[in-house]
Design a protein around this ligand. Structure first.
Ligand SMILES: Cc1ncc(COP(=O)(O)O)c(C=O)c1O
Length: 352
């Protein structure tokens, strides 16, 4: 029996526009090879920086394009090593590991179905030393799939203003929306420099290109550039130039539509299967992204023939699990959830 993976938070192979990207990579080298195959500015490939800057209404020198957005989170963990940082509970496990490696004092802040709980955030701000920043994934969160409501976004920005709190809004999934209206980003609501915004072309074009970016206040931008120079001198310009060629050809929006449609059927398949197979569990119902957060009546266990990530890896309770619907086919999703139901129906084993 082949294992069905709900563990892999990566796109299904058909989401990746391989042929078009091959053509874009060739064109990028032919047109601008001497630049993109050499060392260059640490902030990234200039035409791409300008495209991103225009999209977010900032000057290009506030854009730092990194080798995937996780690299920029690593720079922030390094920059704020030893400080106190607030995170959502649960949250994406890789930044948790990076923060831990930097000796950061991490304070988890509770979430509910509408995202981060503002009362809990206010309490965390009142207790303990001033945090260096709050790390939040407000839209289609990894791991929970939850989205912060519009009202709470407003409240969060106001709290950040009152407490002079820096916010890192990590938003790789925001555009991967299947339905419903998108709330404004925290970055848009703040309108200033208190919110650092990060996103990535990993979910909208292809993760293997390794192109992510940050919009930063100028001073912090300079500090992170210094860390970037001493880490890799120049980011991978060929990946960035390939992304830029894809954008220049007008392929971004049509491709995004295609990706949304491919993922939507997977989300639908998973919700249908959960309704049929796991009536005793509850789960999030994301309008986009990659993930569903499952809450079982009791502690999760290994299920034969299906893999998933235990919620505890993200700081969740032992009865939770992250199910990624992004990678597998709708048929595999139905079968995988059927296999998952086996662990819920099992008799409880009492350990002493
Ligand atoms: C919330 C979140 N942030 C950042 C990343 C890293 O993305 P990138 O491929 O840009 O490094 C991921 C990847 O899954 C993610 O889920």
């Amino acid at each position: 029996m082949e294992t069905i993976s709900f563990a892999r938070g990566i796109p299904a192979p058909e989401c990746i526009p391989v042929e078009e990207l091959a053509d874009c990579a060739r064109e990028a080298i032919e047109r601008d090879g001497a630049t993109v195959l050499s060392y260059g500015p640490v902030g990234g490939y200039q035409p791409l920086r300008e495209w991103i800057a225009e999209r977010h209404g900032v000057e290009p020198d506030r854009v730092l394009v990194t080798n995937g957005s996780l690299q920029g989170i690593a720079f922030l963990a390094d920059r704020f090593a030893g400080a106190r940082v607030l995170v959502e509970s649960p949250t994406y496990d890789r930044p948790l590991k990076l923060l831990a490696a930097g000796g950061v004092d991490v304070t988890p802040v509770a979430m509910d179905d509408e995202g981060l709980e503002l009362d809990a955030l206010a309490q965390a701000l009142a207790a303990g030393p001033k945090p260096a920043f709050l790390y939040t994934i407000p839209t289609f969160q990894n791991p929970s799939g939850r989205t912060l409501s519009g009202e709470r976004r407003q409240g969060l920005v106001e709290l950040a203003r009152e407490h002079d709190l820096l916010v890192l809004e990590d938003d790789p999934y925001g555009l991967v929306r299947f339905e419903g209206a998108a709330p404004p980003t925290l970055f848009e609501l703040d309108g200033g420099e208190r919110v650092v915004y990060s996103s990535s072309f990993s979910k909208t074009i292809a993760p293997g290109l390794r192109v992510g970016y940050f919009i930063l206040p100028q001073a912090l931008g300079r500090e992170l550039e210094a860390l970037a120079v001493s880490t890799y001198i120049t980011p991978v310009l060929i990946g960035q130039a390939t992304v830029f060629e894809f954008l220049r050809r007008g392929r971004f929006d049509p491709n995004l539509e295609r990706v949304r449609a491919l993922l939507r059927v997977r989300r639908d398949a998973m919700v249908e299967a959960l309704e049929r197979e796991l009536p005793s569990a509850t789960w999030s119902r994301p309008e986009g992204g990659y993930f569903i957060w499952l809450e079982l009546p009791r502690e999760t266990a290994e299920a034969p023939g299906v893999s998933f990530v235990k919620g505890t890896d993200f700081g969740g309770t032992p009865n939770t699990a992250r199910l990624a619907f992004s990678y597998v086919s709708p048929d595999e999703i139905h079968e995988g959830v059927h296999r998952l139901a086996a662990i819920v129906d099992q008799p409880v084993t009492v350990t002493t």
